[in-house]
Design a protein around this ligand. Structure first.
Ligand code: PLP
Length: 405
C-alpha cells in the first residue's frame, strides 16, 4: 500500500499525535517479544486484578441476559450509584440527569471538550500533564495553554500562574490532582487559592479530572474544586472513573457530574458515536461503587510502599532528582543532571527523550520522557508493578546513571 492521497486526511487528525505513553509501552512489548530482558514502567495501570465481586457482577449480568443496548449515557442503576458516590465521598449533589457515563474517563473528557470548544477557545492546562489533554483540545479545534508547575513547588500550580494564563478566550481550566504524571496533590487551602482566582473569571469553566482520588498517601485528604468552592458548582464538570481505584482499565468505564444542559449535549454526541458503554461493564460498575471498598486501602498501602522504595532508590542515582509525590502511582524525576553528557555505550544525551531511549537500549528499562507530558528534562515512572521488578529497574537506572560521563 502506498501513501494516502494528498488532502485525504482531516486537518483535525493531522493536528494530533499518537499517545506517547502507549507508544513507549508498545516499544517495550516489541523488545520483550524479541527476547530482550525489558522491565516496563511506562503503562498507567495498576498491576492488581479487578476484585472478584466486580467480576462476578459482570458474569451475573451476562447470565441474566443484560446484553442489549442501554440508555446512551448510562443505566439508571449506575447513575444512582454514581450520584450516591458523589454525595458520600465528595459532598456533591448530582441528580441522575446531571451524570454522564462513557467508555472510560477519556471518552467523557473527549465528549465534554468536543461539545464546547470552538476555534480559538483556550484551555488552561497545568503542565506537566496527562498526554491526552492537549491532543483532545487540538482535535476539538481549541488551543491548549500550558501553565507551568515547577519542581520546586512540588509540581503544584501557583494561583498567580493560573491568573496569568487566563485570557478572555479561556473556556476551561483543566485540573488534575493527584496528577498524572507528577503525583502532585493539593491541600484544601491550596485548591481554595486556585478557586479564588477562578471566582474572578466567571467565563471560565472547570473540568476537574479526579481519576486518582483514592490514590493519596500519608495524611493527605482529597478535595475536589466544587466541594471547596460551592459557587463554582454551576460551571464545573467533575470527572472520575473506575480504571485506577477499581483496577478496571480494560473494562472501559468513566463518568462525570455537571450542569444538566452540558450533560445532555454530551449524551447527544455519544449517541452519534459509540452509544452506551458495554452493558456488562456498567453492571460491574454498579457493584464496584455499591460493594465492599476494603481493597482500596490495601492497594493504597502497597502503592505507598512502592513509592517510598522508588523515590529512595532514584535519589541515589547520579544526576537524578526525584521529589516524593503525594498521590497517584507515578514519580516524575528530573534528569537535568545527565543532559549534555554521554551514556556508558556512547549515546549523547541532549534531551529527556535521548535519555529514555538510551536507558531502554542499554539497560532494558522503559520509562516515558517528560516532553510527552509537556515538561522537560524529566521522565515519568509508573510504579504500579511488583516490588521485585521495581528494585531491579531502579538498580539498572542507578547503573545507567553511574556510567554516564
Ligand atoms: N485522566 C487521567 C489523568 C489519566 O491518567 C487517565 C488514564 O491514564 C484517564 C484520565 C483516562 O482513564 P480511563 O479512560 O481509563 O477511564
Amino acid at each position: 500500500m502506498g501513501a494516502l492521497p494528498a488532502g485525504f486526511l482531516a486537518d483535525s487528525v493531522n493536528r494530533i499525535s499518537p499517545s506517547q505513553t502507549i507508544g513507549m509501552a508498545t516499544k517495550a512489548r516489541e523488545l520483550k517479544a524479541k527476547g530482550r530482558d525489558v522491565i516496563s514502567l511506562s503503562a498507567g495501570e495498576p498491576d492488581f486484578d479487578t476484585p472478584d465481586n466486580i467480576k462476578e457482577a459482570a458474569i451475573k449480568a451476562l447470565r441474566e441476559g443484560k446484553t442489549k443496548y442501554t440508555d446512551v449515557d448510562g443505566i439508571p442503576e449506575l447513575k444512582a450509584a454514581i450520584a450516591a458516590k458523589f454525595k458520600r465521598e465528595n459532598g456533591l449533589d448530582y441528580k441522575p440527569s446531571q451524570i454522564s457515563v462513557g467508555t472510560g474517563g477519556k471518552q467523557v473528557l473527549y465528549n465534554a471538550l468536543l461539545c464546547t470548544l470552538n476555534p480559538g477557545d483556550e484551555v488552561v492546562i497545568p503542565a506537566p500533564c496527562w498526554v491526552s489533554y492537549a491532543d483532545i483540545v487540538l482535535l476539538g479545534g481549541g488551543k491548549p495553554v500550558f501553565a507551568p508547575c515547577r519542581i520546586e513547588d512540588g509540581y503544584r500550580l501557583k494561583p498567580e500562574v493560573l491568573a496569568k494564563a487566563i485570557t478572555k478566550k479561556t473556556k476551561w481550566f483543566l485540573f488534575n490532582a493527584p496528577c498524572n504524571p507528577t503525583g502532585a496533590a493539593y491541600s484544601k487551602a491550596e485548591i481554595k487559592a486556585l478557586t479564588d482566582v477562578l471566582m474572578k473569571h466567571p467565563h471560565v469553566w472547570v473540568l476537574t479530572d479526579d481519576m486518582y482520588e483514592h490514590l493519596l498517601y500519608d495524611d493527605n485528604v482529597f478535595y475536589t474544586p466544587a466541594q471547596v468552592e460551592p459557587a463554582l458548582y454551576e460551571r464545573t464538570l467533575t470527572l472520575n472513573g473506575f480504571s485506577k481505584a477499581y483496577c478496571m482499565t480494560g473494562w472501559r468505564l468513566g463518568y462525570a457530574g455537571g450542569p444538566e444542559p452540558l450533560i445532555k449535549t454530551m449524551c447527544k454526541l455519544q449517541s452519534q458515536s459509540t452509544s452506551n458503554p458495554s452493558s456488562i461493564t456498567q453492571w460491574a460498575g454498579v457493584e464496584a461503587l455499591n460493594g465492599p471498598q476494603d481493597f482500596i486501602p490495601k492497594n493504597r498501602q502497597a502503592f505507598k510502599e512502592r513509592r517510598d522504595l522508588v523515590v529512595s532508590m532514584l535519589n541515589q542515582a547520579k544526576g537524578i532528582k526525584c521529589p516524593k509525590p503525594e498521590g497517584a502511582f507515578y514519580v516524575y524525576p528530573s534528569c537535568e543532571g545527565l543532559i549534555g553528557k554521554t551514556s556508558g555505550k556512547g549515546t549523547k544525551i541532549n534531551t529527556d527523550e535521548d535519555f529514555v531511549l538510551a536507558l531502554l537500549e542499554e539497560e532494558g528499562v522503559a520509562v516515558v520522557h517528560g516532553a510527552a507530558f509537556a515538561m522537560s528534562p524529566f521522565f515519568r515512572i509508573s510504579y504500579a508493578t511488583s516490588t521485585a521488578e521495581l528494585e531491579d529497574a531502579c538498580s539498572r537506572i542507578q547503573r545507567f546513571c553511574g556510567n554516564v560521563r
